[in-house]
Structures are given as structure tokens and as C-alpha cells.
Design a protein around this ligand. Structure first.
Ligand SMILES: Nc1ncnc2c1ncn2[C@@H]1O[C@H](COP(=O)(O)OP(=O)(O)OP(=O)(O)O)[C@@H](O)[C@H]1O
Ligand SMILES: [Mg+2]
Length: 228
């Protein structure tokens, strides 16, 4: 059984997939067996044959060089660009968490370092119907995962990062650190954002990713230590 790390973001489109791809690439380039898994992907596009494409998984697979069908790396794929609970309702295809757990465990058995990407931010409803209420934080807790938070480096990030951290703490979910995305070096505000979040929460910004970066500036040993 391998180790795993959960990647959340301070919101949707914040760069979780972009950063995850760099993380998995770093591990694999170091000769480690890094893998990827995502429970539910919405906003998927269709290929010419009309098949829904697991976009996030395809991207990570390509950047990190994972030699597995991308469709094996995602359990549920929805076309609508809405929260999974709503996309599931529209398609009458609710998420079965037994299946998610099975897929997750299978991936964890196959890969030594499994990186699981969330959907949206940490409060993302996955299922909300008569039979079950399940939010992403419930799943993270259920799977016993520690979390790395991807936050935008720019304006507004103190609020969203500190709120995310306070919520994770309230739920008793371990926090491994923060990655600042779309970082502009030597920008007074962005440097202050990192310092303020660290001082207000005690959580460290472990890496800074600039626009277009092809490599994650972090030691492999540090990265390995985030997985459990
Ligand atoms: N550092 C970066 N440099 C260049 N492009 C980036 C960077 N970070 C994110 N992007 C681009 O921004 C867009 C959103 O990023 P990404 O898909 O990683 O977000 P996400 O948090 O995974 O979104 P979702 O909630 O849909 O999973 C993508 O087109 C991605 O390629
Ligand atoms: Mg993504």
C-alpha cells in the first residue's frame, strides 16, 4: 500500500491540476512511482467521438508521464461545469462512495505516492440528495488524508487561505502546507501575503509556482514527507 496526499485549493480554477502535475512529475523524475486520482470531475469536454474526456487526468498524465489510461484515474466524469452534486443530479448519476473508495484504494496499491486532486475548494458538495449528504471535506476525512492547499498568490488570498485552513482545522484534517500559484517574485503584496498567512496560521508556504513554470521548486525529500 502506497502513501497519499490530497490537493485542495482555495477555490475552483486556482491551479490544483497545474500544481499537481508538477508534483507528480517531480516524484516520477526522481524515479519514484507517483500516481494521480480524482473522484469527480465536472465541466468535461467531449472528444470527436462524443466521449467525455477526463481533462485534469489527461493533463497530469501528459506532464508527469503516467502510463495509464486517464479514464482509470477519475471515477466520475460530468459534462456540466457545475459542482459535482448538481451535475450528478442533472445526469441522474449520483456518486457512489463505495466505488470511490475502491478506486482510491486500487490506485494507492498501484502507486507508491498517490496524489489525489479535489474538486473545487474544500467545501464542495459531492452528493446532496434524499439518501446522502456528502461534502468533499467528509470524503477527505473518511479516507484519512492529509491536505496540501493550492492558493493564488495575489489579492484576496489571505482571506481564502486562512478560511480554508480554519475550516480544515475545525474538521480535524491535517494540513501539510501551502503552494502559492501564479507567484510574482519581488511583488511586495505577494510576499506579504505569504508572510501574513504563515504568521496568522502557522502553516508554511512550501513552494512558489510562477506562471508557466515547468518545475516545482521543492526538494524531493520534502515532497515525499508530505505523503502518508
Ligand atoms: N502557474 C501557472 N502557469 C500557467 N497556467 C496556469 C498556472 N496555474 C494554472 N494555470 C492555468 O489556469 C487554468 C486553471 O488551472 P487548473 O486547471 O490547474 O485549476 P484547478 O484548480 O485544477 O481547477 P478545477 O477546480 O476545475 O479542478 C488552467 O488553464 C491552467 O493551465
Ligand atoms: Mg483541476
Amino acid at each position: 500500500m502506497g502513501k497519499a496526499l490530497f490537493i485542495t485549493g482555495t477555490g475552483t480554477d486556482i491551479g490544483k491540476t497545474y500544481v499537481t502535475a508538477l508534483i507528480v512529475k517531480k516524484l516520477r523524475d526522481a524515479g519514484l512511482n507517483g500516481g494521480y486520482y480524482k473522484a469527480a470531475l465536472s465541466g468535461a469536454v467531449r472528444d470527436e467521438g462524443g466521449e467525455l474526456q477526463p481533462g485534469d487526468a489527461l493533463y497530469v498524465k501528459k506532464v508527469a508521464g503516467i502510463g495509464e489510461e486517464a479514464s482509470n484515474l477519475v471515477s466520475y466524469i460530468y459534462e456540466e461545469a457545475v459542482s459535482p452534486h448538481l451535475a450528478a443530479k442533472i445526469n441522474r448519476e449520483p456518486i457512489n462512495f463505495g466505488r470511490v473508495e475502491t478506486d482510491y484504494r486500487r490506485a494507492k496499491e498501484k502507486y507508491e505516492y498517490l496524489t489525489m486532486e479535489g474538486s473545487g475548494g474544500i467545501i464542495c458538495p459531492l452528493r446532496w440528495d434524499e439518501s446522502q449528504h456528502m461534502v468533499l471535506d467528509d470524503l477527505v476525512k473518511h479516507l484519512n488524508l492529509g491536505v496540501l492547499i493550492v492558493a493564488d498568490a495575489g489579492l484576496g488570498t489571505i482571506n481564502s487561505a486562512v478560511l480554508t485552513i480554519e475550516h480544515l482545522r475545525a474538521r480535524g484534517i491535517p494540513i501539510r502546507g501551502i503552494v502559492f500559484n501564479n507567484y510574482l517574485p519581488q511583488d511586495i503584496m505577494q510576499e506579504d501575503n505569504a508572510r501574513m498567512i504563515e504568521e496568522m496560521t502557522g502553516v508554511k508556504v512550501l513552494a512558489y509556482v510562477k506562471k508557466g513554470d515547468r518545475d516545482l521548486d521543492i526538494r524531493v525529500e520534502v515532497l515525499k514527507g508530505l505523503y502518508e
